[in-house]
Ligand binder design. Sequence first.
Ligand code: SF4
Ligand code: SF4
Ligand code: SF4
Ligand code: FES
Length: 946
Amino acid sequence: MALVQETDFGTPASDAAASVTLTIDGVGVTVPEGTSIMRAAVAMGTQIPKLCATDSLNAFGSCRLCLVEIGGRPGTPASCTTPVAPGMAVRTQTPRLAQLRRGVMELYISDHPLDCLTCAANGDCELQDMAGAVGLREVRYGYDGANHLAAAKDTSNPYFTFDAAKCIVCSRCVRACEEVQGTFALTIQGRGFESKVAAGMDEGFLGSECVSCGACVQACPTATLIENQVIALGQPEHSAVTTCAYCGVGCSFKAEMRGEEVVRMVPYKDGQANRGHSCVKGRFAWGYATHRERILKPMVRERITDPWREVAWEEAIARVAGEFRRIQAAHGQDAIGGITSSRCTNEETYLLQKLVRAGFGNNNVDTCARVCHSPTGYGLKETFGTSAGTQDFDSVEHADVVMVIGANPTDGHPVFASRLKRRLRQGAKLIVIDPRRIDLVRGPHVQAAQHLPLQPGTNVAVLTAIAHVVVTEGLVNEAFVRERCDPASFADWAGFVADPSRSPEAVAQLAGVPAATIRDAARLYATGGNAAIYYGLGVTEHSQGTTTVMAIANLAMATGNIGRPGVGVNPLRGQNNVQGSCDMGSFPHELPGYRHVATEPVRALFEADWGRKLNPEPGLRIPNMLDAAVGGSFKGLYVHGEDILQSDPDTHHVAAGLAAMECVVVHDLFLNETANYAHVFLPGSTFLERDGTFTNAERRIQRIRRVMRPRARYADWEAIQEVARAMGLAMTYAHPSEIMDEIARLTPSFAGVSYARLDELGSVQWPCNGAAPAGTPVMHQDRFVRGSGRFLITEYQPTDERANRRFPLLLTTGRILSQYNVGAQTRRTANTIWHEEDRLEIHPADAEPRGIRSGTWVRLSSRAGETALRALVTDRVAPGVVYTTFHHPMTQANVVTTDFSDWATNCPEYKVTAVQVAPSNGPTEWQLRYAEQANASRRIAADAAD
Ligand code: SF4
Ligand code: SF4
Ligand code: SF4
Ligand code: FES
């Protein structure tokens, strides 16, 4: 395997339709109007020397190395900043240009350490390459003059080093931070010889606003900004293109390796979701793959109080199959089930649901999407006809108005956030509907036109009030509704929302948002041009999560904002493969492709292919499995890549359900919290150790590619296959591509998907079939999948979870950039430097009367339970609202969340919990016990590693 090479065209592509023909060194070339001479030259295979230009950044024209001669024009213009013109005759190689370029290089090199042989970037340094390209042989100025060779290094960032002595002040890093990332953490300080790159107020990278995305490292043409791993390990020797295993943005990376060791992950420029950008997690936080706490051998035990015993895979698999068969014989076919993971591949998810349906003979399969985006699936299917977002990420570049509801993209979906911020800097308007003042509300060069800081639990009231304004102020897109939507449902809905009881004035007080703000937001959304909605778990994790999704869909249809670039309804998926795990038939009532198990012809199709009779009755959802376990009828569970004890609501109830089972199998990387209740532990593999596909929030199916052998012998799909075989279900896949072939054979929306197609196109967005062989970037273009769009009534029902005298505050939860979900991976990386513990955000008006200051330990209690954590006093949250993240098991925020859930899907109501907050002396008793237990688990893993 060689290194995957990418061409640097020097400047960004022009999207102009018109083209221009010119000659470069006597050869004709035709390129889009607005293309730079530099890019046109690269397109025809001619490299013009350059240093300050790279095609991810706008041309800057500072290094003067890319000079060219143009027939009929005086001087030697920079080819990076000069656009092509019809008939232009460019010369890139003349004696005059060669002399000028050598002169420029001499100046650079006279102030640069001459340590190429020992430099970590040796062989991957554009300065070195350019010295060669211009034929530099000597430096007339010598090396003794004033220079920067003694400038100090900044090693504050855990992942990369800034060696100022090697900086050529080309400003690529500064521009990457501004243009690509949108953080504006870097500046060029001083002038002339004194010019230097400074992070923040020259306080070092770690102390500055830097979010460690790595864009500056990637842009740097020298060894000034370089990954610590490259310094430690040397230059990579081979690479493969793969997909980030963290969030639903689905960034594409080149995994650059030495042997089986990852040297670095480099965002892939051709990645169709990320366009060459990344965040700190995907770029740097993959060290968990080789963390010493990873469990690499299967383990079993009789009782959950017994110590674990390492066994061979054969024994562990036989134990799983034997126990599951025994339980079914004793307690019935329905007494066992499985939970698929939204972090595992489509192929693995498909296999596990097949194991349950065809091997266990029931439909007791569910997914962790149950606790996040199940309302999206249900709400969008009912209104549009398909359970998925409508757009690709490129679409945001055509949006004029963006409404972000219940999402915090800069922390949860950072690469999408960077693309959104760029669009906002270009002039698009932003509406934020969120109880918290997220970073997008006011950030560098970005300011929301409207922020609606609504009370948690009032989404439906606010969105219906926005619809009221659209209908009563005549802002409905009548033509769209007439041509594309169901007229009867529209008439019912319009009458419903127009009722004065649903006006902004009627709901302002309960929502905590002034009526005028709601009206302004509605007018902006309906009349501002292309309007797109992006939303997250702040929409779905409510007792009315599904109703809110429907309200969003209603609004988009009423204003005609569906079916073209720049508009749409876009759920931002939390985990990398939430979309895929739902597509693959992880819900108890649906076979792959969202087809109901009760539909006879669909079942017949799978029965013929799988050679097994399938059960037509929908199975149990996760909460029902746990209830049945407590009730005594559900006895065995296979949990794949999911820590339900930490991620599901009402921790005490989850623990009781798990403890009541006779065989819990945990298939994961680490001994997670759920494993405390497991009888068998099957070691999992990371995304670096297996082949497969993930489907991101845009419905984009992308490859992950194996770059190292599975450290625990089996990739997850192989282990599931072994369990299936042991249970008598024939599975004979030799490679995940064969599983995808089966998925394509049985699932119409995946009919055109194959590994060959993915390798050819890079990725495809489903539906991908005969009608759309290259996939479908934007859905519902001419008609909705269900035919005509269906408006649904969205009656606001206040949640039963209300603040009262005992629990006067409302808790809502979210994520932070550097950590991921329950933190199993990110807590085992240097990312903890940014977030060591969960904190409780509380408004000064609530903190002061309680005697709480930032850093004070507080007890957070609800009717479900209590935990303790430190406070952070801030006006980011409104009075009456408190907020925390849920990344650390020591906090276990879900100890306090309740068992209320969405009426349609059982998605838990994580975002509204009535709580009390009071100063405390430190962790609660259970937290101290937990800390002890966690240390013991760590010792087991460490002993095993030794
Ligand atoms: S750090 Fe690198 S990218 Fe930034 S100015 Fe210096 S050489 Fe250029
Ligand atoms: S790592 Fe990202 S945020 Fe930090 S300075 Fe570089 S570009 Fe800016
Ligand atoms: S934005 Fe999401 S997919 Fe992209 S690198 Fe970050 S965590 Fe990975
Ligand atoms: S590359 Fe054109 S001026 Fe630097």
